[in-house]
Structures are given as structure tokens and as C-alpha cells.
Design a protein. Structure first.
Length: 172
């Protein structure tokens, strides 16, 4: 049996050095980090991969993190992926509510506490693993049910053939 794929976490920030810092902070997390330096690049990543969590910078040129989250949540495959917003600026209540409305599960202000970030991402990764395990178990149960139904049909056919043979033998 092959080793299950490590859950992926998308980290998005327009500043490469901020992505470097996030990678160091999350280096001990049991996940694969995928980087994006723009909202457009992040959207391509979301189309190509399934993620356990998304870490999005709010302030980016062009499309900001809240707009990006809104687009991501419109896709059926990514609508339930937890989003953690990062911000270097103070966020007013209206922006916070917009972020939560766009699918945020939390906000972290820069400078980020590495332990808190790792803890939050660890929870999302663990939940993703458990969810994948349930999907795999459900698929295995469906395969088992299909095999049993197939065996049941074969047994019914065999019983019908046997019964027909017995009736034929009695008539002789």
C-alpha cells in the first residue's frame, strides 16, 4: 500500500520574503507548502490541487485576499477549505466581517507568532487527514457492498440453475 500524500497548504503573499518566513514557521508542520505570490497564481494552485488550508495575505496588489477568498469559496471543490488571513495592518470590523463572510476562519496580525500559526495549521491539516480517511473508508465500504451484491447475484443464479437441474432430473 502506498504512502498517503501529505496534505497541502497554500501560502499566498505578494512579498517573497514573507513567504520565506512562513515556510520557516511552518517547516515543522506535517504538510506540503505551496507558494503563490499573487491572487492569480493562487487561483491556479487551487484549480490544480486540493488543500487542507489556505494562508492568505489580505493586502496584495490587484486582487486582495478577501476578493481571492470569495472566488475560492465559489468553487465546489474548495468551498470548505479553511482560510487563515494574515494582515500587517489594523483591520476594522467591516473588513473583519467581510473576511469572515468570504470564508475566513481566523485572522493573524503580523508579526505572526510562529507557535500559534503552526497550531492553527496543524488543526486544519489533522482535520483534512481525518476527512480524507473517512472518504477512503467510505469508498472501501462501497466497494465491499458492490462485491457482496455481485456475489449474492451469482449465488442466486447458481441456485436457480441447480433448482432447474433438479426439476429436470425428477422428470426423467
Amino acid at each position: 500500500m502506498s504512502q498517503p500524500e501529505r496534505p497541502k497548504v497554500l501560502i499566498v503573499d505578494d512579498q517573497p520574503r514573507n513567504l520565506d518566513v512562513l515556510e520557516v514557521m511552518l517547516g515543522e508542520a506535517d504538510c506540503t507548502l505551496i507558494r503563490a505570490t499573487s491572487a492569480e497564481e493562487a487561483l491556479l494552485c487551487v484549480v490544480r490541487h486540493d488543500f487542507a488550508a489556505l494562508v492568505l495575505d489580505i493586502k496584495m496588489p490587484g486582487m486582495n485576499g478577501i476578493e481571492l477568498a470569495t472566488l475560492i469559496k465559489q468553487r465546489r471543490r474548495s468551498q470548505h477549505v479553511p482560510i487563515l488571513f494574515l494582515t500587517a495592518h489594523s483591520v476594522d470590523e467591516v473588513d473583519v466581517l467581510r473576511g469572515y463572510g468570504a470564508g475566513a476562519v481566523d485572522y493573524l496580525s503580523k508579526p505572526i507568532n510562529a507557535e500559534i500559526l503552526r497550531s492553527k495549521i496543524g488543526v486544519f491539516v489533522d482535520a483534512h487527514r481525518k476527512s480524507r480517511a473517512l472518504v477512503d473508508l467510505n469508498n472501501e465500504l462501497l466497494r465491499e457492498v458492490t462485491e457482496r451484491e455481485k456475489a449474492q447475484r451469482a449465488l442466486q443464479v447458481a441456485n436457480q440453475d441447480w433448482s432447474s437441474g433438479c426439476r429436470s432430473a425428477r422428470r426423467r
